[in-house]
Design a protein around this ligand. Structure first.
Ligand code: HEC
Ligand code: HEC
Ligand code: HEC
Ligand code: HEC
Length: 125
């Protein structure tokens, strides 16, 4: 057990790196499995070009950490779906998943005076 644990950790870590290297580059829309069947067209989010245009170099701006009702912006969690921490139905201090996306995306667009804030601009047919 003492010897297999580090190996397992290493395997998990390299898998995480491979995912980090490939997956977000192909992301064009957001349709997280946790939300199930969407009632609106999936939100436009061309991950890498969006972040380049918006000059968001620091991943933790969106991929924060946290637990027990407290956000932690010193821990970056890229590769972890928002749904791992934000439940579909909000409980207690937990911001629900739909609201978590809306708040993060729209608050920044409003603050910067750039980027879509109307429903149909993100949920494009
Ligand atoms: C403007 C916000 C934002 C920024 C900045 C951002 N991301 Fe993301 N990223 C997202 C969202 C939203 C998702 C989808 C999360 C989900 O599935 O719930 C995502 C998903 C990912 C995924 C998972 C891809 C997949 O297909 O499952 C990886 C890996 C990732 N981001 C890496 C990064 C890295 C590395 C950086 C910094 C260089 C970064 N992100 C910066 C918003 C952002
Ligand atoms: C490791 C766990 C974790 C992950 C992953 C995570 N969050 Fe959070 N987030 C938290 C915690 C804890 C809080 C504080 C309590 C709350 O509001 O739910 C929080 C708060 C928030 C808030 C409300 C505070 C604010 O900034 O206005 C928003 C919005 C948010 N998260 C959006 C997101 C989005 C979007 C993603 C995915 C890109 C994400 N979170 C990924 C743990 C996480
Ligand atoms: C921290 C700030 C920030 C966050 C968070 C953010 N955006 Fe943006 N977004 C911008 C800025 C700035 C622009 C305008 C870029 C430009 O054209 O100069 C933009 C532009 C866009 C556009 C226009 C087309 C494009 O790709 O440039 C879409 C669509 C968009 N954002 C969707 C989203 C979604 C969906 C989320 C949440 C998952 C999100 N954004 C989160 C800052 C942000
Ligand atoms: C800045 C982009 C943005 C804007 C503006 C926006 N949304 Fe969203 N919305 C998202 C993201 C990201 C999600 C989560 C991923 C998804 O559903 O595609 C989401 C999810 C949803 C969902 C849950 C999933 C579904 O389709 O059933 C509903 C409902 C929704 N939005 C309605 C609205 C309405 C109504 C408005 C206008 C008042 C709006 N949204 C404006 C980005 C946006």
């Amino acid at each position: 057990m003492k010897r297999t644990l580090p190996l397992l950790l290493l395997a998990a870590l390299s898998l995480a790196c491979v995912q980090a290297a490939f997956s977000q580059q192909d992301m064009k829309v957001l349709a997280p499995a946790a939300l199930g069947k969407l009632t609106r067209p999936a939100a436009q989010f061309n991950h890498d070009p969006h972040n380049e245009k918006a000059k968001l170099d620091d991943c933790v701006i969106c991929h924060h950490g946290g637990a027990d009702g407290k956000q932690d912006k010193s821990v970056s969690t890229e590769g972890t779906p928002c749904a791992d921490c934000h439940k579909v139905k909000s409980v207690g201090k937990n911001t629900g998943l739909q609201r978590a996306y809306h708040k993060q995306c729209i608050d920044c667009h409003k603050a910067k005076g750039k980027g879509p804030v109307a429903c149909g601009q993100c949920h494009k047919r």
